[in-house]
Design a protein around this ligand. Structure first.
Ligand code: FES
Ligand code: FES
Length: 155
């Protein structure tokens, strides 16, 4: 199979039962995407596949033939963090950091669909992403700050 990950084309053989998460972490060493529950409940493994967020633990690697996958490692451009990454840092939305890559990837997708969200919409957007540390308040604030940053950048 051939797929594009963070802009790079990869052609490889995968075992039938291998998940996209296993492919990323174990085969390709892209360990920024975290493995939590491994059954679709926590969102720690969220990546974008063809522009939409997916729980990569639930996607078979074999289903990704021809897909474009974006992980947290591919978000920064030209040595500069993505505005959503900047906002998470500035707003203190990161504690242990375990949920952070998945939260950020989900937020990137959400803000593309809804560039000027309300607080309630931002909160609802991350319902599938569990954070055990922050109580979610700073994460919601960070998403709203990221929306403003993206607006300024015209993205
Ligand atoms: S590790 Fe995939 S949803 Fe929890
Ligand atoms: S910052 Fe620790 S799980 Fe979210």
């Amino acid at each position: 199979m051939t797929l594009t990950i963070n802009g790079d084309s990869h052609t490889l053989d995968v075992e039938p039962g291998m998940s996209l998460l296993e492919l990323l972490r174990e085969r390709l060493g892209l360990t920024g995407t975290n493995s939590g529950c491994n059954k679709g409940d926590c969102g720690a493994c969220t990546v974008l596949m063809n522009g939409r967020s997916v729980n990569s633990c639930l996607v078979l690697a074999a289903e990704c033939d021809g897909a474009e996958v974006l992980t947290i490692e591919g978000l920064a451009q030209g040595g500069k963090l993505h505005p959503v990454q900047d906002a998470f840092i500035e707003e203190g939305a990161v504690q242990c950091g375990f949920c952070t890559p998945g939260m950020i990837m989900r937020a990137v997708e959400f803000l593309k669909d809804n560039p000027a969200p309300t607080e309630e919409e931002a909160r609802a957007a991350i319902e599938g992403n569990i954070c055990r540390c922050t109580g979610y308040e700073r994460i919601v604030v960070a998403i709203l700050t990221a929306a403003k940053k993206l607006k300024v950048k015209g993205k």
